[in-house]
Design a protein around this ligand. Sequence first.
Ligand code: ADP
Length: 353
Amino acid sequence: MRKKHDEGAPEAAEVEAPERPRPRLLDASNLEDDAALRPRSFDEYVGQTKVVDNLKVFVQAAKQRGEALDHVLFSGPPGIGKTTLAHLIAHALGVPLRAIGAPAIEHKGTLASYLTSLQERGVFFIDEVHRLQPVVEEYLYPAMEDYRLEIPVGDGPNAEMLPLKLPRFSLVAATTRTGLLSAPFLSRFGIVLRLEYYTPTELTEIVRRSALKLGVSLEPAAGEEIGRRARGTPRIANHLLKRVRDFAEVESDGRVTQAVAASALTRLGVDQLGLDELDRTVLRTIIQKFDGGPVGVESLSAACAEERDTLEDVCEPYLIQEGMLMRTPRGRVATRRAHEHLGLPPPRQGSLV
Ligand code: ADP
């Protein structure tokens, strides 16, 4: 078991769950991407300037030497642009990309068939790499280090291991949780890059470009409204733009004005800070059912009827960055800002916030 757990987090013996789970509007891991909106070159990729500038140098250097690019690990929340960067790397290297999600690599054989079919200096993209089975992960080590695999020939104790030379390739891996990767695995990536949430200005630019590609007539102020409320995430920005366009087409003349955008976003349950219904439920639950916290993530997940992974991968990082939530050794705590944002009385004197 490689999952991290809170130590000493108080778990409520029994927590009343809401009657039915709510659909999660802004779970970027569950939203479909529109291929037409994906940037086609580094120049079209908005934001993450330091990461992109460094990558361009590494790619150029590998090309000049005629070598495979060092293995790359991207980390960051869902919808932040990790897959897009993997495609852009392959594009810049002028090589094909083969992609697979870690859960689909059920055994060593699946991995072997992918690795053996790669092109020289090609890119092998593994998404959600923290979900790789340990036995598969270890099988990957010699492939990453020396471009070599051991293929078992025959069955049972008499099976022989046949060494196989692989093409030189670049593994590009993406994860929402670097903390779950083992140290030996991490150490095999020559390039480790963390993607941060986008600023409202960068998201506004992404919305503007997406509107152009989709042929949506968008007022600049409406773009800003969407960018500001997109939870720091391009995938959510694109999703909101499309939903706002629906409102504009059905209830207005099709033009996305600031008034249309603001009212549509509010009807979609997205508030001024980009928090959605689940974010607010999480905060309200901590404040009202757990006295502001600290509360262990398991109790919180039961009380909100939401999976622990969704809370940890999607919900919490944004709430923490917005100063609404703190992770303490004893569990999650709602901050004073969270109380204010929800219009609830401030935490009592002497509490953790
Ligand atoms: P992740 O792999 O981190 O979950 P993706 O790379 O699939 O995220 O990005 C989701 C979508 O968001 C992409 O299809 C693309 O349309 C858009 N996107 C992501 N990053 C950017 C960016 N920096 N500039 C413009 N659009 C972006």
